[in-house]
Design a protein around this ligand. Sequence first.
Ligand code: SF4
Ligand code: SF4
Ligand code: SF4
Ligand code: FES
Length: 948
Amino acid sequence: MSLIHEIDYGTPRSTSETMVTLTIDGETLTVPEGTSIMRAAGEMGTAIPKLCATDMLDAYGSCRLCLVEIEGRAGTPASCTTPVMPGMVVKTQTERLKRLRKGVMELYISDHPLDCLTCAANGDCELQDMAGAVGLRDVRYGHEGHNHPNPGKDESNPYFTYDPSKCIVCSRCVRACEEVQGTFALTIAGRGFDSVVSPGMEESFLGSECVSCGACVQACPTATLTEKSVIEIGQPEHSVITTCAYCGVGCTFKAEMRGNEVVRMVPWKDGKANRGHSCVKGRFAWGYASHKERILNPMIRASITDPWREVSWEEAIAYTASEFKRIQARYGRLSIGGITSSRCTNEETFLVQKLIRGGFGNNNVDTCARVCHSPTGYGLSQTYGTSAGTQDFDSVEQADVILLIGANPTDAHPVFGSRMKKRLREGAKLIVVDPRRIDLVRTPHVEAAHHLPLKPGTNVAVLTAMAHVIVTEGLADEAFVRERCDWDEFQDWASFVADPRHSPEAIEAVSGVPAADLRAAARLYATGGNGAIYYGLGVTEHSQGSTTVMAIANLAMATGNIGRPGVGVNPLRGQNNVQGACDMGSFPHEFSGYRHVSGDETRQLFESLWGVPLDSEPGLRIPNMLDAAVDGVFKGLYVQGEDILQSDPDTRHVAAGLAAMECVVVQDLFLNETANYAHVFLPGSTFLEKDGTFTNAERRIQRVRKVMPSKSGKADWEITLALAHAMGFNMNYAHPSEIMDEIARLTPSFAGVSYAKLEAEGSVQWPCNEKAPLGTPVMHIDGFVRGKGRFMVTEYVATDERTGPRFPLLLTTGRILSQYNVGAQTRRTENVVWHEEDRLEMHPHDAEQRGVQDGQWVKLASRSGETSLRALITERVAPGVVYTTFHHPGTQANVVTTDFSDWATNCPEYKVTAVQVSASNGPTAWQESYEDRARSSRRILPVVEAAE
Ligand code: SF4
Ligand code: SF4
Ligand code: SF4
Ligand code: FES
């Protein structure tokens, strides 16, 4: 294996369809109009020396190293900033050019420390490479003269250092922060020889606006910005392409390695989801994989009050199988079930649901999508006929109006957030529908045209009012609707939304959104060109989550914003493989590819391949499993890669359900909160330790590749396989590719997917089958999957969760950039420097009324329970609304959330909880004893004691 080197063509690819023919160094070539001479030369294999240019950034033309001669033109223009012209004749190497380039390099080197041998970038430094490329052998000016200002090293960022002594002031970092990341955290302070790169107003990196995405580090051609891991470990010697295991953007990375140790993760330029960009999580937060708290041996215990006993894999698997068989013999076939994980691969998820359907003999399988995007599945399949977003991420580059509802991409989907910001800086308009003033409402060079700060729980009212404006003001695309949708259903829907009770003026009192703003936003979406809707959990995690998804689908159909690039309905998925987990048949009523278990033909297909009879009755959802456990009829649970105690609503009820079971099996990396109630712990593997695929939010199936051996000895799919065998259910696979072959045989939308195709294409978006062998970037182009698009009437029904004198505020929850989900991984990395604890955001008005100061402990109480955390006073939230994250188990925000849920899918109503906030002196009693309880439930007997 060797390091995978990506060619840097110096300037971005031109997308023009007009072609230009020219001659470079005597060779004739044809390239798209707008291509730079540098790139054209690079594409024919001639690397023109360069320092300030890189193909992730627009040409800048400051270093003067890339000079060329052009026939008929005076001087020596920079090849990075000069576009090709028809008939142009270019020379890239002449005596004059050699002399000029050497002169430029001499100046750079005369001002550079001569410590190459001990420099962390030695061997991976473009300055060093360019000195070699221009044949520099000595420097006439010596090194004694005046040097650039050196404000001293900045090591404040936990992941990279800034050493200004090595800076050549090429501005690549500044431009990367602006053009790629869109944060504008860096500037060049000073002028001329005194120029120096500065984060913010001469702050440290950590103290500045920097979000630690790593784009500047990647862009830096010298050792000025360097990953600390490279300084510590040394230069990598081989690399493997794989996919980030954090969020649903699904960024592709090059894992750069020394032996079995990861040196750094570098975003892969050919990654179709991220196009060479990353965020702080995927780029830097992989240290959890070797964290000391990882459990590497299987463990069992007879009772949850006993300490854990480490056992062999054989004993753990045999014990689990015998317990599950005992429970089924005593309480019946339906008394056990399992939960698949959106963090595991498609292949692993497919095996878990196969084990449950085929080995347990029931359909008691559910997944964590139950608590996030299950309404997306339901809402989009009802209206369009398929349970997924309609576009690829590239589509945003053609959007003219972006309607963002209940999503906060710069925190939760950061790389897509950066792509969105880029399009907004190019002039697309933005409408934000969110109770909070999220970053995108106003961020450098981006300002939303409209922010509709609705009251939590009123999405349906607001979207129906937008539809009211579109229909009553004649803004619907009637031609599109007549051709593509069911016309009768459209008319029913149109007369429903046109009712004056749905007018913006009528719903203003309910939603808190000024009618004029709502009208203006609706007009903009309907008439502003390509209108693209992006939404998140602020849409789905409501008692009307499915209704809101249908209201969104209605808006897109009514305005003809579906079925082409630049438009569409795009759910931004939280976890890396939440789309895949749903696709793989993780819901109790569906086989892979969203086919109902009651369908005889489909079921028989699975039965004949799996060799067992399958149940035609849907099984239990997660909340039903917990209810049944409390009722004493559900006794055994296999949980792969989820922490339902921390992530599911109404913690007390979850705990009661788990405590009532006789065998809870947790398969995970760490002893999570759910494991406090487990009898068997099976150590899982990280994404670095296994092969498989993830499917991201744009339906893109991408390879996960093993870069190091599994620390626990088994990949998660191998654990499920062993358990199936022990249960007497036959499954045989030598490699995850064989599992994918089976998925393809059984799932029409995956019929054309294979590891060979993924190797060849990099990735494909489902549906990938005979009709679309290379996948489907944009769906519903010629017609909806279900035939005619279906308009659904979306009556607004207020949630039963009401504010009142006891609980006058509304709590809504969300995520923060540096943390991920329940924090199991990110809390075990340096990312904690940005978020040491969950805080409660309160508007100054609410804080003042309660005498609460910024940073003070407050008690957060609801009908379900109470917790304490510190207050953050901010105008990001409106008066009457409070907000927190749920990343820390010591806070457990879900202690206060209720068991209200979406009417169609049971997705919990995390986003609306009536609460009261009052000043307090510190953590509540349960929080104070939390660490002791956690320690006690995590006791592991030393091996000697265990053997006795
Ligand atoms: S790490 Fe990212 S946000 Fe921070 S300065 Fe560099 S490019 Fe900007
Ligand atoms: S820090 Fe690196 S990228 Fe930025 S100006 Fe200096 S040398 Fe160029
Ligand atoms: S945006 Fe998501 S997928 Fe990309 S690096 Fe960040 S966490 Fe990973
Ligand atoms: S690479 Fe062209 S001017 Fe620097």
